[in-house]
Design a binder for this molecule. Sequence first.
Ligand code: NAD
Ligand code: UD1
Length: 339
Amino acid sequence: MKKILVTGGMGYIGSHTCVQMIEAGFTPIILDNLANSKPEVLLRIARLSGHKPMFYEGDVRDRRLLDQIFSEHQIESVIHFAGLKAVGESVLKPFEYYDNNVYGSLVLADVMRQSGVKSLIFSSSATVYGEPETMPIDESFTTGAVTNPYGRSKYMVEECLRDIQQAAPDLSIALLRYFNPVGAHPSGLIGEDPQGIPNNLMPFIAQVAVGRRESLSIFGDDYLTADGTGVRDYIHVMDLADGHIATLKAVAQTAGLHIFNLGTGKGSSVLEMVKAFEEACGHPIPYQICPRRGGDISECWAATDKAAQLLGWKASRSIEQMSADTWHWQSKNPNGYEQ
Ligand code: NAD
Ligand code: UD1
């Protein structure tokens, strides 16, 4: 059995990836400090996959714990999801973001080096591209024009890993740049469970639909897009999870720095997302148009050819499917994992 250490495996993307990994014959071992997830997730993964992953509750910055995990298991690769991800919070708490995201990744890379584990897959973000002048965005576009500490932490980790791989060319390091992950497992058993007021569009719409919030604020309708609202490349979290399996199979055992966009190649506007969700839930989503949100870009979508060619992976699920699965999860679990 191929053992994969999954840091942050109890979180939104990590939990879906663990389910798909088990299905594909990998054995995930989860390390998570539960800073943004619930113990219940482990039971749901077990229910869905028939296998309860081994779980270490702890911090990726805890060198002793990492040493222990690497000595107790023959780890083939590490998927590193653990980190903080709220843009607004990162502006208020930059130290916490650099400590968690940058220092945490360095501790992990160092312990991997000492343990002789040579394969790492890192959760990066399309935010590292800033606001390019042309679309779609391919992997050769310039990175670094980031506008907040969260984005900068992703960019910094990318640059650190690039140097680390250059100095140790036998390492396999994959930088996966996610576009906008949404949706949930079709069972409705696992999904996104943001704490407090959601920062992102889809969980906000879902909470309005289920009656937890009154109405959606649409941040700007004066962008130079077809309907004036922001355009993003929303990708179903199940497709994203499968992108990690494809990465494990295609490049995780090949030395090199492997950079991939994980997106669908198609942009959708805020209003299109609202409409798709209304169809999924069967009733209107109240909204009002508000001023633009600071730091937002107008539009963004991925070029997907590289992932298709080298990973043999392509996202296939539509925004209708993303909305239907989000609604299924949200209506079955109106308060997330907290019943
Ligand atoms: P999430 O918050 O749901 O999951 C992250 C998990 O990591 C949580 O379970 C949290 O408890 C854990 N964690 C945080 N800090 C930790 C630490 N120091 N030690 C151990 N565990 C820790 O987030 P997600 O949406 O699943 O995102 C996963 C990764 O993908 C993150 O690195 C995020 O920045 C990146 N990413 C997410 C998105 C998105 O829209 N969700 C987009 C691009 C990139
Ligand atoms: C945001 C982050 C990005 C991060 C990503 C993770 C910002 C500026 N960017 O991206 O760094 O990698 O999340 O998923 O926070 N919208 C509304 N009303 C809302 C929420 C969002 O109209 O209540 C609009 C936004 O203006 C945008 C679109 O919906 O046009 C998507 O927003 P969101 O889900 O927050 O994602 P990003 O801004 O793309």
